[in-house]
Design a protein around this ligand. Structure first.
Ligand code: CAA
Length: 370
């Protein structure tokens, strides 16, 4: 049912205008609002906080379907669900859940996750944003980069350094409201892909954050970010899977319509074998992503498996979309046939929420420690 609902929504609400939104770098605001009404923005959140009470597998299935059509909409969904809602539900206080999780899970408000900085991407412990403790509040100063939902979010989960001497153990995570004094939205990025997604830099200029907005104990911020990102990577794996599966479906359909040398191109082994490889890669990505989701659902460790799923699915997205363009020939190179957009969108899945190289680092440490 979830798969069908997501598929129907993608076809009826996301597909119309997706090329235009990509061209104009237009955020799918109306579509995200409807996704909130349908329960896609807080799928795994407990119904007592306004969520759908579903499992990770359901979330992954929905992410795949929506990402087949519009990865700009699905990244907003992924960040809201797995980085923001899940983090607040799992590690936030009851007061934070009531105040922030409920509107985020019901889609009335949108969330963003602020870890990356101009000089802290893969090297995420090098946080330069500071959170100075002042007794009953903190004062935030610094800059964040590449923030998804940067200008469209209402609530931001922000990592900042409270005690430099303590290194990563001196980092805290806070819930920050966009409307607070000193919160400045910086420039919008002009991107290669997911152009409908709203990516900005953010500046904090003496932003006063109440103590009750800190997530967890003093110094828990970096571990919080790592734990949340492990789950987030399952969402991005599902996004990459969807981009690949969407491109594969389009290429298969086209191959049965397009004729060359007196038969459909699907009847040429050169194309049929490409489709066989694409189908196999997509299925492997799907199984790895489902496995990571199931482990998370079962309450078992999933850090390595989510890294494997994201690594494989994002590499698959790049390969399969490139082949889908090739199957379409010249038509694949123009916007009307969607596959060139999917190819551009695929690239970011190898970069955000941990590059492919960082996933290999996480996996290699896990296998060598075992
Ligand atoms: N769960 C809990 N704790 C973890 C953890 C995990 N998965 N991974 C690491 N930690 C803990 C470690 O145990 C360690 O704590 P202790 O010293 O107390 O044991 C601490 O975190 C530091 O870990 P490391 O020593 O391993 O740190 P490192 O610097 O060598 O490596 C890293 C850490 C894995 C490279 C990490 O910095 C990382 O994941 N970098 C990539 C950052 C990233 O994914 N950014 C994405 C931005 S968000 C985004 O893209 C969202 C969007 O908008 C789409």
């Amino acid at each position: 049912m979830i798969q069908q609902a997501a598929r129907d929504f993608a076809q009826s609400e996301l597909l119309p205008g997706v090329i235009e939104r990509d061209n104009k770098q237009q955020f799918p605001a109306e579509q995200i609002r409807k996704m909130g009404e349908l329960g896609f923005m807080g799928m795994m959140v407990d119904p007592k906080y306004g969520g759908g009470g579903m499992d990770n597998l359901s979330y992954v299935i929905a992410m795949e379907e929506l990402s087949k059509v519009d990865a700009s909409a699905s990244v907003a969904m992924s960040v809201n669900n797995s980085l923001v809602c899940w983090g607040i539900e799992k590690y936030g206080s009851e007061e934070q859940r009531q105040k922030y999780l409920v509107p985020l899970a019901t889609g009335q408000k949108l969330g963003a996750f602020c870890l990356s900085e101009p000089e802290a991407g893969s090297d995420a412990t090098s946080q330069r944003t500071t959170a100075e403790f002042k007794g009953d509040h903190y004062v935030l100063n610094g800059n964040k980069n590449w923030i998804t939902n940067g200008n469209t979010a209402d609530y931001y989960v922000v990592m900042a350094q409270t005690d430099k001497e303590l290194g990563h153990r001196g980092i805290n995570a806070f819930i920050v409201e966009k409307s607070w004094d000193g919160f400045v939205v910086g420039k919008k990025e002009d991107k290669m892909g997911i152009r409908g997604s709203d990516t900005h830099s953010i500046m904090f200029q003496d932003v006063k954050v109440p103590l009750e907005n800190r997530i967890g104990e003093d110094g828990f911020g970096f571990k919080f970010a790592m734990k949340v990102l492990s789950g987030g990577r399952i969402g991005i794996a599902a996004q990459a899977l969807g981009i690949a599966a969407g491109a594969f479906e389009l290429a298969t359909k086209y191959s049965k319509e397009r004729k060359a040398f007196g038969k459909t191109i699907s009847q040429h082994q050169a194309i049929a074998f490409k489709l066989a490889d694409m189908a196999t890669q997509v299925e492997a990505a799907r199984l790895l992503t489902y496995k990571a989701a199931r482990l998370k659902d079962a309450g078992k460790p999933f850090d390595m498996e989510s890294a494997m799923a994201k690594l494989h699915a994002s590499e698959t997205a790049m390969k399969v979309t490139t082949e889908a363009v090739q199957v379409h020939g010249g038509y694949g190179f123009v916007k009307e046939y969607h596959v060139e957009r999917l190819m551009r969108d695929a690239k970011i899945t190898q970069i955000y929420e941990g590059t492919s190289e960082i996933q290999r680092l996480v996996i290699s440490r896990a296998v060598l420690d075992a």
